[in-house]
Structures are given as C-alpha cells and as structure tokens.
Design a protein around this ligand. Sequence first.
Ligand SMILES: Cc1ncc(COP(=O)(O)O)c(C=O)c1O
Length: 412
Amino acid sequence: MNKSELIKEYEGFRSLGLKLDMSRGKPSAEQVSTVEKLLTAVTSNAQCFSETGSDCRNYGGLDGINEMKRLFGELLGVGPEQIIVGGNSSLNLMYDTVARSMLHPVEDGCKPWSKYDRISFLCPVPGYDRHFAICEYFDINMINIPINDQGPDMDMIESLVASDETIKGVWCVPKYANPTGISYSDNTVRRFARLRPKAKDFRVFWDNAYVLHDLTDTPDEVLEIFSEAKKYGNEDMFFEFMSTSKITYPGSGISCIASSERNIKRILEALKIQTIGHDKMNQLRHSKIFHCYEDVAKQMRVHMNIIRPKFQAVYDAFAAAFEGIEGVSWTKPNGGYFITLTLPNGTAKRTVELCREAGLVITPAGAMFPYGIDPDDSKLRIAPTYPLLDEVKIAAKLLACCANIAICEKQA
Ligand SMILES: Cc1ncc(COP(=O)(O)O)c(C=O)c1O
C-alpha cells in the first residue's frame, strides 16, 4: 500500500471509535474464569486445616504451608526446603529482596548495597519494565545488556561482573522472556551457573514468571538453575521467583521465592520482622485444586488454547501488512505473553502515537528499556492476551497500518 492508501485505511479505523488495549500482559476474563473451582475450594470450617493440621485461618507458617511449598518445588524442580511461599505477587517479592539487600548485607562480611556511593544492575534488553522501575526507585544504575536468541550476551556479563565490584545484580527471565519470548539455552544457563563475580554479594534475580506458559506442543526446555549452580558452589548467588498470577488469578494468586537453603534461612530471619505469615487460606485453596505438577500442566493447556489463536491473529495481520517491508520483523515465541515487533529505527514512538489517536493503547515505545529509552526507537511490545480475539484481529491490523504510516513518514 502507498501512503495515501494507508492513510485512508487509518481513517477508516479512526471512524470506528475504537477503545482497545494491548498494553499489558494480562490474562483475559475468559482465562480467569477457567478456575472457578478455586472460589469454592474451601467452604467450611472443617476444611481450613493444612496437611500438618495447622489452622490456616490463624497466624503462623511464615514460609507457607507444606502442600504449597511442595507444589512450587515440583513446578520449579527444586526441593520444598528451598521455597518460601509469598503473597499474591512475585514482583512484590523481587522488590522486597532488593529493598532488603539495600538495607542489610546480602552476605556475611559485606555491607548493605545502600552504603555504596553507586551500585549497578545488569539489564538484558529489551526487558520487563517493572524490573527496571525497581532499580530506578532505589537509584540503582542500570547497564543495558543485549539479548540474542540464546539469552543475554554472556561474554559481556562475564567480563563486567568479573571486573566491577559495584555490579550487584542482574535481571533474568530465563523462559519466554518478557518481551522477546526467548528462552535461555543450556549454555547460557551454565554460564550463569558458573559466573565468578568480583562482588561476593552479587545476586542473579531469576524471574521464572513464564516457566509453564507454553504456546506450542513443542515447548522450550530450560535447565534448572540450582542444580547447575551447585556444581560450581554458586547456589547462594540465585534468587528465583514465580507465581500463579497467570495460572489462576493475577490479582489473587500465590507467589514464591526459591533459593539455597542458606539464603532461605537468611530471608526468613528478615521476613519474620516484616510479617507473621502470608495468606494461608489462599495457599490452601490453591493446593486443593492443584495436587501436583500435572494438575497445573492441565490448567496451562486450557490457557494455551485460549491464547494461541490471539498470537496467530497477530502473526497473520503482520504477515499480510509487512510483506516486502524492509527492516520489520517480529518474534514468534513458543510461550509467554508477548510478541516483540522490530521496526526500522526511529519509527516506534510515532507508531504508538498513531495507535493512540485511533483508540488503541499499546505499551509505550521505550518502556522495555532502562530509563524508558530505546536507543534505536525500534521495538514495540505486543500483548495479545487480554482483548477478545476479534479485538486482537482489529488491533493487530491497526497497529500494522500505523507502523507502515510511520515508516512512510520516516522515508519521506
Ligand atoms: C517477567 C515478569 N515477572 C513478573 C511479573 C509479575 O508477576 P506477579 O504477578 O507474580 O507479581 C510479570 C507480569 O507481567 C512479568 O512479565
């Protein structure tokens, strides 16, 4: 299509008075309705007891009920003794872990991170905006690390952490990363497992938010990090996170942190100051509908069947609209919640603007980069899960139309 045809198409979209939102990776109403049995998993006083007989309505159980620790252990491939069950948000646990590290030493003989003039985190990009927001909130300097189809640039990570003692952390989403959808290769996981950082209190934030969130029948497999790290005596270097936000309810699921037994002990020492325990009734409800890995896997297949057509609708719209357009590509991940659209440099922001004017909200260009700055202004994050399928079809066509207009304008 030439520019005037594109503008005509765009005006057609504008006249529809659309109100579409593809900005955040949220499960749809249909998805959250698939676990109605959770709402009635516990219906009487007699059912409020965990397997050890503890009363889940009452105080106690700082690390969570056994059933839930065992289930998370199974989902992540670690022992229950490596798990602390949290509240409804793993992001909350990540925030707390950074906050604790700012205020108290992460390791014996080290000082709290806040006692340094300046500390840095390595940030594989494009990445999850809320990871970067945590760093910004705590005034932690962020260093961009490029990602390829195997994971982050490990040469760069190895050399930076080996030489700079003020680098204290790295954000990782090892499976179906937000927003690229890539999964770490075995080699990448092993290189993380054997990192030799200069800082004794360097930590890897292994955010396994999409560990079970497959979109194909040939899912990616990622090595379990603690068994790899143990081979190098490095298991204390990892904090792993996950939640049931995109398994049951984002607003009322269960999260966990997994780490070495030594770290878990250390975290519990601090956690007991913070709370007497998280919501055990919700843990109990979850453990009553999910007894083992296969129960959760079954639920994930239900999600997959709802989500998959929405991803396909985006691929179809993009394939039709971008045929023969140079410098445009998009990811087709085997799982996760996002598609990353790469446009010619200098066109992403303008595309978002055009979308907004026509009633489609997408994630702001730059949001997937530290400080909101995409140096190339070329990446867009597409989150197709929340709208209805018919809405996704329209939104993807509109988005592609806007991108093509932005490309024409740039070339003019
Ligand atoms: C990589 C990643 N981590 C964490 C979260 C949020 O997790 P939670 O709902 O457990 O706080 C998200 C949500 O989009 C995410 O994409």
